[in-house]
Design a binder for this molecule. Sequence first.
Ligand code: HEM
Ligand SMILES: CCCCC[C@@H](/C=C/C=C\CCCCCCCC(=O)O)OO
Length: 465
Amino acid sequence: MKEVPGSYGLPVVGAQKDNLDFLHLQGEVEFFKSRVARYNSTVFKVNFIPGNPAFPDPRGIALLDQSSFPVLLDSSKVDKTNVFTGSYKASDDFTGGYRVLSYLDTTDPKHATLKNFAFEVLKRNGRKFLPEFQSAFHAAFDAAESELSSGKNKADMAPLLNQLAFQFLAKSIVNVDPLTTMLADQGPTHLLRWIGIQFAPVAPGNSTPLPGFAEDVVIRTAPLPFLLVKADYDKLCEFFQLAAEMLDMGEKEFGLSREEAVHQLLFLVGMNSWFGFSARVLPNLLYRVGTLGAEFQKRLGDEIRAAIDVGDPAGSFYGALEKMPLLKSTVLEVFRFDPPVLYQYGRPREDMVVESHDAKFVIKKGQLLGGSQALVCRDPKVFEEPDQLIPDRFVGKEELQANVFWSNGRNTKSPTADDKQCAGKNFVETIARFYLVQLFARYKTFELSEDSTLNTPFLKPFARN
Ligand code: HEM
Ligand SMILES: CCCCC[C@@H](/C=C/C=C\CCCCCCCC(=O)O)OO
């Protein structure tokens, strides 16, 4: 049994120093790597962000290996109340005064109800997702091609992917085409403002055009007031009030007031779903498959085009899945190599022993535990050549999936109402696979521009190495 190594430094000053390293001097991957080396341990004391005095106590313990990290996935061991983004929790003002599912621990009486509501939202609209994604995909890439034909030698994909993600989710779940409403094509703009202000304190370094410390003063001194994005949120609420069938279901089958159902649905679709696709999954897959080059793209494209009916990708997708092992492995490898959400947190329900690969530690009840998948999913004890993007890595090695945690759960597991695993885990994987199917039903190969910033918009620490 060992003492957890590391120190929090002096009050206030220690957190400032750690935040400075994390945000600016080292970046959010080197920050942890350098401390693993310094303490010769993958478990150690650390001040998480945000560390300014206006925020709650940032002190915690990092779990950075495949042995200790999984304790965060075990809701019998850790309390997940209000730790969605660590020690900082955005005010309920951002969600209409309601506590949304992502902040509820599994012991909260409303957790199961709201998680089952999330499952039903996906189930009831299941048959619409692939056709709606397909048409939104073609609209996005038609727009990209018209940018190319207008003399520019590259297309700016990020805003097109933002629209793609919003269009297919809104049409499938709200069952209304946003472009025909007062929202028009402004859904992503309002969402980016609402999300950016709400989660500013946990944004990585240089997430805004402001230079270094100016950014810290503006977005990391104290929580930013909801008032800054009330107009945006009101427009989004007005749109989600059109989701008659989903709101009826919330009221009649899950006991929610219509008012609460609007806010719960908005966070589920606007933050949990849209932000995940637009800020991470869609740009990341395009970027990483881009970096793998023409040779690989031909190999993957051949597998896809041999398996699906190119004339009807949506209709032939499910039947073709088993014939696309490289596609499944490639998606999973991108989620391992560049996890969409790096941090998961939890607080032990009781004093407990946590084991890393080479030591045991006593952790006290209530302490803030946090892990970065940037290190955990590159644990050299589990993955060979962990820092290499190897698309075939999981072909014929399905058991390795158990060591990929992108959904806040082992990838071999599906979410339930009794855990905190992403409710959309299987849905996200389906869409991610279908996205690459669409890409290679439409193109043979594609290239990234040399100055591509497609993998930087949000939470993209790997862009820097
Ligand atoms: C698009 C990419 C997505 C990513 C990368 C992602 C990732 C995650 C992660 C890491 C968590 C755990 C957060 C924590 O408590 O530590 C989570 C929770 C959650 N996600 Fe997702 N998610 C995505 C999409 C979706 C979609 C499409 C849905 C739609 C239903 C969804 C619904 C949820 C819900 C309801 C929770 C809270 C689960 C609970 O409290 O038990 N997510 N997601
Ligand atoms: C980033 C992808 C979000 C996926 C949605 C998922 C949420 C996961 C958990 C935590 C969200 C972290 C949000 C940080 C936002 C930083 C915004 C910014 O940089 O200004 O819920 O399903």
